[in-house]
Design a protein around this ligand. Sequence first.
Ligand code: GUN
Length: 293
Amino acid sequence: MDTPKVIDGKAVAAQVLEECLSEAEALKAKGVTPGLAVVLVGEDPASQVYVGSKVKKCGELGFHSEKITLPAETSQEELLAVVQKLNADPMIHGILVQSPPPPHIDEEAVVRAIDPRKDVDGFHPENVAKLALEDPTGFVPCTPAGCIKLLEASGTQTNGAEAVVIGRSMIVGKPMALLLVSKKSNATVTIAHSRSKDLAAISRRADIVVAAVGRPEMVKADWIKPGAVVIDVGINRIEDASRKSGYRLVGDVDYNEVAPRCSAITPVPGGVGPMTIAMLMKNTLQAARQLSC
Ligand code: GUN
Protein backbone atom coordinates (compact mmCIF):
# COMPACT_ATOMS: atom_id res chain seq x y z
CA MET A 1 0.00 0.00 0.00
CA ASP A 2 2.94 2.37 -0.31
CA THR A 3 2.27 3.66 -3.81
CA PRO A 4 -1.04 5.43 -3.47
CA LYS A 5 -2.83 6.80 -6.50
CA VAL A 6 -2.39 10.55 -6.49
CA ILE A 7 -5.68 12.07 -7.66
CA ASP A 8 -4.81 14.75 -10.21
CA GLY A 9 -7.22 17.63 -9.59
CA LYS A 10 -5.72 19.71 -12.37
CA ALA A 11 -6.42 17.01 -14.96
CA VAL A 12 -9.98 16.38 -13.74
CA ALA A 13 -10.66 20.14 -13.62
CA ALA A 14 -9.34 20.47 -17.19
CA GLN A 15 -11.91 17.88 -18.35
CA VAL A 16 -14.74 19.72 -16.59
CA LEU A 17 -13.58 23.02 -18.10
CA GLU A 18 -13.46 21.49 -21.58
CA GLU A 19 -17.13 20.52 -21.20
CA CYS A 20 -17.85 24.04 -19.92
CA LEU A 21 -16.20 25.58 -22.97
CA SER A 22 -18.41 23.66 -25.39
CA GLU A 23 -21.54 24.41 -23.39
CA ALA A 24 -20.60 28.10 -23.26
CA GLU A 25 -20.22 28.10 -27.04
CA ALA A 26 -23.61 26.43 -27.48
CA LEU A 27 -25.26 29.01 -25.20
CA LYS A 28 -23.55 31.88 -26.99
CA ALA A 29 -24.83 30.54 -30.31
CA LYS A 30 -28.31 30.98 -28.82
CA GLY A 31 -27.50 34.58 -27.88
CA VAL A 32 -26.75 33.97 -24.19
CA THR A 33 -23.30 34.89 -22.84
CA PRO A 34 -22.85 33.41 -19.34
CA GLY A 35 -22.04 36.19 -16.86
CA LEU A 36 -20.47 35.96 -13.40
CA ALA A 37 -19.97 38.76 -10.86
CA VAL A 38 -17.39 38.23 -8.12
CA VAL A 39 -17.45 40.60 -5.17
CA LEU A 40 -14.51 40.98 -2.81
CA VAL A 41 -14.68 43.15 0.29
CA GLY A 42 -11.32 43.98 1.85
CA GLU A 43 -7.77 42.98 1.01
CA ASP A 44 -7.31 39.44 2.34
CA PRO A 45 -4.36 38.20 0.22
CA ALA A 46 -5.62 34.63 -0.22
CA SER A 47 -9.09 35.88 -1.22
CA GLN A 48 -7.51 38.26 -3.74
CA VAL A 49 -5.74 35.29 -5.36
CA TYR A 50 -8.93 33.18 -5.46
CA VAL A 51 -11.04 36.01 -6.90
CA GLY A 52 -8.39 36.77 -9.53
CA SER A 53 -8.34 33.11 -10.61
CA LYS A 54 -12.13 32.95 -10.87
CA VAL A 55 -12.30 36.03 -13.10
CA LYS A 56 -9.39 34.81 -15.23
CA LYS A 57 -11.10 31.47 -15.81
CA CYS A 58 -14.27 33.28 -16.96
CA GLY A 59 -12.16 35.06 -19.57
CA GLU A 60 -10.67 31.77 -20.82
CA LEU A 61 -14.17 30.32 -21.32
CA GLY A 62 -15.53 33.44 -23.02
CA PHE A 63 -17.87 34.32 -20.13
CA HIS A 64 -18.76 37.89 -19.30
CA SER A 65 -17.35 38.66 -15.85
CA GLU A 66 -17.27 41.53 -13.41
CA LYS A 67 -14.82 41.81 -10.54
CA ILE A 68 -16.11 44.21 -7.91
CA THR A 69 -13.55 45.06 -5.25
CA LEU A 70 -14.81 47.08 -2.31
CA PRO A 71 -12.78 48.62 0.51
CA ALA A 72 -12.68 46.84 3.88
CA GLU A 73 -14.73 49.69 5.42
CA THR A 74 -17.69 49.06 3.07
CA SER A 75 -20.90 49.07 5.11
CA GLN A 76 -23.48 46.29 5.18
CA GLU A 77 -25.96 48.59 3.39
CA GLU A 78 -23.47 49.44 0.64
CA LEU A 79 -22.70 45.76 0.08
CA LEU A 80 -26.41 44.87 0.02
CA ALA A 81 -26.96 47.63 -2.56
CA VAL A 82 -24.25 46.09 -4.78
CA VAL A 83 -25.93 42.68 -4.50
CA GLN A 84 -29.36 44.15 -5.35
CA LYS A 85 -27.91 45.81 -8.44
CA LEU A 86 -26.36 42.52 -9.59
CA ASN A 87 -29.65 40.69 -8.89
CA ALA A 88 -31.34 43.06 -11.36
CA ASP A 89 -28.56 42.97 -13.99
CA PRO A 90 -29.60 40.78 -16.98
CA MET A 91 -25.93 40.36 -18.04
CA ILE A 92 -25.16 38.63 -14.73
CA HIS A 93 -26.28 35.03 -14.17
CA GLY A 94 -24.07 34.18 -11.21
CA ILE A 95 -23.15 36.22 -8.12
CA LEU A 96 -20.43 35.27 -5.66
CA VAL A 97 -19.39 37.27 -2.61
CA GLN A 98 -16.00 35.96 -1.54
CA SER A 99 -15.90 34.55 1.99
CA PRO A 100 -14.83 35.49 4.62
CA PRO A 101 -15.91 39.15 4.54
CA PRO A 102 -14.60 41.64 7.13
CA PRO A 103 -16.01 40.97 10.64
CA HIS A 104 -18.53 43.88 10.64
CA ILE A 105 -20.38 42.30 7.69
CA ASP A 106 -23.33 40.00 8.42
CA GLU A 107 -22.45 37.30 5.89
CA GLU A 108 -25.68 35.37 6.42
CA ALA A 109 -27.75 38.46 5.51
CA VAL A 110 -25.63 39.03 2.39
CA VAL A 111 -26.11 35.41 1.26
CA ARG A 112 -29.88 35.71 1.79
CA ALA A 113 -29.93 38.90 -0.29
CA ILE A 114 -28.54 37.12 -3.38
CA ASP A 115 -31.25 35.99 -5.81
CA PRO A 116 -31.23 32.19 -5.25
CA ARG A 117 -31.39 31.71 -9.04
CA LYS A 118 -28.00 33.50 -9.25
CA ASP A 119 -26.49 31.93 -6.13
CA VAL A 120 -23.74 29.93 -7.88
CA ASP A 121 -22.06 29.29 -4.50
CA GLY A 122 -25.12 27.33 -3.36
CA PHE A 123 -25.11 29.05 0.04
CA HIS A 124 -28.64 30.57 -0.04
CA PRO A 125 -31.13 28.70 2.22
CA GLU A 126 -33.24 27.86 -0.85
CA ASN A 127 -30.27 26.07 -2.45
CA VAL A 128 -29.29 24.40 0.84
CA ALA A 129 -32.85 23.01 0.98
CA LYS A 130 -32.69 21.88 -2.65
CA LEU A 131 -29.46 20.00 -1.93
CA ALA A 132 -31.10 18.22 1.01
CA LEU A 133 -34.11 17.47 -1.22
CA GLU A 134 -31.84 16.29 -4.06
CA ASP A 135 -33.52 18.79 -6.40
CA PRO A 136 -31.18 19.21 -9.40
CA THR A 137 -32.36 22.76 -10.12
CA GLY A 138 -30.47 23.95 -7.02
CA PHE A 139 -26.80 24.95 -6.95
CA VAL A 140 -24.38 22.61 -5.20
CA PRO A 141 -21.51 24.35 -3.38
CA CYS A 142 -18.45 24.24 -5.64
CA THR A 143 -15.83 22.66 -3.38
CA PRO A 144 -17.86 19.62 -2.25
CA ALA A 145 -19.20 19.19 -5.80
CA GLY A 146 -15.57 19.09 -6.94
CA CYS A 147 -14.71 16.50 -4.28
CA ILE A 148 -17.47 14.23 -5.60
CA LYS A 149 -16.06 14.58 -9.14
CA LEU A 150 -12.61 13.61 -7.83
CA LEU A 151 -14.03 10.52 -6.12
CA GLU A 152 -15.75 9.54 -9.39
CA ALA A 153 -12.63 10.21 -11.48
CA SER A 154 -10.49 8.09 -9.16
CA GLY A 155 -12.92 5.19 -9.49
CA THR A 156 -13.76 5.25 -5.78
CA GLN A 157 -16.82 3.20 -4.90
CA THR A 158 -19.05 5.30 -2.61
CA ASN A 159 -21.98 2.86 -2.61
CA GLY A 160 -22.22 1.42 0.90
CA ALA A 161 -18.83 2.90 1.85
CA GLU A 162 -18.16 4.39 5.30
CA ALA A 163 -17.35 8.07 4.77
CA VAL A 164 -16.14 10.45 7.46
CA VAL A 165 -16.27 14.19 6.80
CA ILE A 166 -14.07 16.14 9.22
CA GLY A 167 -15.49 19.67 9.43
CA ARG A 168 -19.05 20.99 9.57
CA SER A 169 -18.89 24.28 7.65
CA MET A 170 -21.72 25.41 5.39
CA ILE A 171 -19.15 25.83 2.56
CA VAL A 172 -17.74 22.29 2.65
CA GLY A 173 -18.49 19.89 5.53
CA LYS A 174 -22.29 19.90 5.65
CA PRO A 175 -22.92 19.94 1.87
CA MET A 176 -20.22 17.27 1.41
CA ALA A 177 -22.02 15.02 3.90
CA LEU A 178 -25.35 15.59 2.09
CA LEU A 179 -23.79 14.72 -1.27
CA LEU A 180 -22.19 11.54 0.07
CA VAL A 181 -25.41 10.34 1.69
CA SER A 182 -27.54 11.21 -1.39
CA LYS A 183 -29.11 8.52 -3.55
CA LYS A 184 -26.40 9.14 -6.15
CA SER A 185 -23.54 8.26 -3.77
CA ASN A 186 -25.17 6.02 -1.13
CA ALA A 187 -22.35 6.30 1.43
CA THR A 188 -22.86 5.92 5.18
CA VAL A 189 -21.74 9.28 6.52
CA THR A 190 -20.35 10.57 9.80
CA ILE A 191 -19.71 14.30 10.27
CA ALA A 192 -16.90 14.84 12.78
CA HIS A 193 -15.63 18.20 14.04
CA SER A 194 -13.37 19.92 16.54
CA ARG A 195 -15.61 18.87 19.46
CA SER A 196 -15.89 15.22 18.44
CA LYS A 197 -14.60 12.93 21.20
CA ASP A 198 -11.98 10.84 19.47
CA LEU A 199 -11.42 12.23 15.99
CA ALA A 200 -8.63 9.76 15.21
CA ALA A 201 -10.79 6.74 16.08
CA ILE A 202 -13.78 8.07 14.11
CA SER A 203 -11.61 8.82 11.09
CA ARG A 204 -9.99 5.37 11.24
CA ARG A 205 -13.38 3.74 10.58
CA ALA A 206 -13.64 5.40 7.19
CA ASP A 207 -13.21 4.01 3.69
CA ILE A 208 -13.36 7.65 2.52
CA VAL A 209 -12.01 10.55 4.60
CA VAL A 210 -12.78 14.14 3.60
CA ALA A 211 -10.69 16.57 5.64
CA ALA A 212 -12.11 20.11 5.74
CA VAL A 213 -11.08 21.58 9.07
CA GLY A 214 -8.64 24.32 8.09
CA ARG A 215 -5.88 23.05 10.41
CA PRO A 216 -2.52 22.43 8.73
CA GLU A 217 -1.54 18.74 8.59
CA MET A 218 -3.90 17.72 11.39
CA VAL A 219 -4.80 14.33 9.94
CA LYS A 220 -2.00 11.88 10.75
CA ALA A 221 -1.21 8.36 9.54
CA ASP A 222 -2.88 6.64 12.51
CA TRP A 223 -6.18 8.39 11.61
CA ILE A 224 -6.37 6.44 8.36
CA LYS A 225 -7.50 2.87 7.75
CA PRO A 226 -5.04 1.19 5.38
CA GLY A 227 -6.42 1.40 1.84
CA ALA A 228 -8.75 4.35 2.53
CA VAL A 229 -9.28 7.16 0.01
CA VAL A 230 -8.35 10.61 1.35
CA ILE A 231 -9.71 13.92 0.00
CA ASP A 232 -7.85 16.89 1.46
CA VAL A 233 -9.83 20.14 1.20
CA GLY A 234 -7.43 22.22 3.30
CA ILE A 235 -5.37 25.02 1.74
CA ASN A 236 -3.25 26.42 4.57
CA ARG A 237 -0.38 28.87 4.24
CA ILE A 238 2.49 28.00 6.55
CA GLU A 239 5.71 29.95 6.95
CA ASP A 240 8.60 28.69 4.88
CA ALA A 241 11.68 30.90 4.81
CA SER A 242 13.16 28.83 1.95
CA ARG A 243 10.40 30.07 -0.41
CA LYS A 244 10.50 33.41 -2.17
CA SER A 245 6.92 34.09 -1.04
CA GLY A 246 7.87 33.25 2.57
CA TYR A 247 5.15 30.57 2.78
CA ARG A 248 4.08 27.26 1.32
CA LEU A 249 0.70 25.59 1.00
CA VAL A 250 -0.19 22.47 2.96
CA GLY A 251 -3.47 20.62 3.38
CA ASP A 252 -5.35 19.47 6.47
CA VAL A 253 -3.70 16.08 5.96
CA ASP A 254 -0.07 15.26 6.76
CA TYR A 255 0.52 14.10 3.19
CA ASN A 256 3.94 12.48 3.68
CA GLU A 257 2.71 10.41 6.62
CA VAL A 258 -0.72 9.55 5.24
CA ALA A 259 -0.01 8.89 1.55
CA PRO A 260 1.75 5.52 2.09
CA ARG A 261 -1.30 4.17 3.99
CA CYS A 262 -4.07 5.04 1.56
CA SER A 263 -5.14 3.74 -1.84
CA ALA A 264 -5.74 7.23 -3.26
CA ILE A 265 -5.16 10.77 -2.05
CA THR A 266 -5.49 14.36 -3.32
CA PRO A 267 -2.34 16.49 -3.16
CA VAL A 268 -2.19 20.14 -1.98
CA PRO A 269 -1.86 22.11 -4.17
CA GLY A 270 -3.26 20.44 -7.29
CA GLY A 271 -6.05 18.40 -5.74
CA VAL A 272 -9.35 19.92 -4.65
CA GLY A 273 -8.29 23.56 -5.35
CA PRO A 274 -8.57 23.50 -9.16
CA MET A 275 -11.93 21.71 -8.88
CA THR A 276 -13.57 24.56 -6.96
CA ILE A 277 -13.10 26.97 -9.85
CA ALA A 278 -14.12 24.39 -12.46
CA MET A 279 -17.37 23.69 -10.60
CA LEU A 280 -18.01 27.42 -10.24
CA MET A 281 -17.85 27.72 -14.02
CA LYS A 282 -20.25 24.76 -14.30
CA ASN A 283 -22.66 26.40 -11.84
CA THR A 284 -22.51 29.68 -13.77
CA LEU A 285 -23.49 27.81 -16.93
CA GLN A 286 -26.35 26.15 -15.05
CA ALA A 287 -27.54 29.59 -13.89
CA ALA A 288 -27.30 31.02 -17.41
CA ARG A 289 -29.21 28.04 -18.82
CA GLN A 290 -31.93 28.14 -16.18
CA LEU A 291 -32.38 31.92 -16.28
CA SER A 292 -32.55 32.12 -20.06
CA CYS A 293 -35.27 29.55 -20.72
N1 GUN B 1 -14.11 31.19 0.32
C1 GUN B 1 -13.55 29.97 0.29
N2 GUN B 1 -14.25 29.14 -0.55
C2 GUN B 1 -15.26 29.88 -1.03
C3 GUN B 1 -16.31 29.59 -1.95
O1 GUN B 1 -16.47 28.47 -2.47
N3 GUN B 1 -17.15 30.62 -2.23
C4 GUN B 1 -17.03 31.85 -1.65
N4 GUN B 1 -17.91 32.79 -1.97
N5 GUN B 1 -16.06 32.14 -0.80
C5 GUN B 1 -15.18 31.16 -0.50
